[in-house]
Design a protein around this ligand. Sequence first.
Ligand code: DGL
Length: 269
Amino acid sequence: MDTRPIGIFDSGLGGLTAVRALVHAAPWESFVYLGDTKNAPYGDRSREELVALSRQNVRFLRRQGVKAILVACNTSTANAMDAMRAENPDLPVIGVIEPAAAAAVSVTETGRIGVMATAATVASGAYARAVGRLDPRAAVTAVACPKLVPLVESGRTAPEDGELRAAAAEYAAPLLAAGVDTVVLGCTHYPIIRRAIRAALRPDTALIDSGAASVGVLLKALESCGQLGDTAGTGSRRFCCTASPDTFVAVGSAFLGWDMSGATEPAAL
Ligand code: DGL
């Protein structure tokens, strides 16, 4: 048994989609969440910047005494996973892309898989590679969706928001044209606006939540090294963010369905 917290990070609110899945699957686990809201969005940054920010986030979480890191950010996973793993050989560092690709491959019936993600994730080609390793016959259509994260980070998450609907329709168009039956929400922010995205796609499209998919892999990794927490207890929850917590707490609490305000603190990295 290992009751140390799990460290989870994202550029902002997106990783809360993994938090929600973690709290549901393993309420006994403690965690420290870092939202690097000062530097969000990550999606238009260069690989060098993403490596530097990701390393900084991991160093912060390590100082909190974590037993594992969940990189609840596709953009960091796609661009900085090798650096994070190389520098932290003593710690499980779990990303979101391989679990989401595996979920998509297991769900698709036609082999036509869509990926909605940030520009930096799409440019990395990480999803096409991860899907190709699992099923070389699968066809991946990846669409960069740069307008979505700024909308979520500013609290524009209502499915009736005109700008959000227009952006979702724009990004769904190439996926509809490609006839995909499965779409990976390849940015952890997107499940927060799932209803707007769903409305733009064919109703029977399977949507894969990358943060939720990674939680199963994280828990299996902890279990296999005897590092699960006290399954009879209730874990502690701590949220840190690098800019003003107001919108983070408001949007995050609405998404999680519980008030995060008392558990949120500013963080200097
Ligand atoms: N939520 C992150 C991801 O999964 C980062 C989005 C961003 O900051 O652009 O890619």
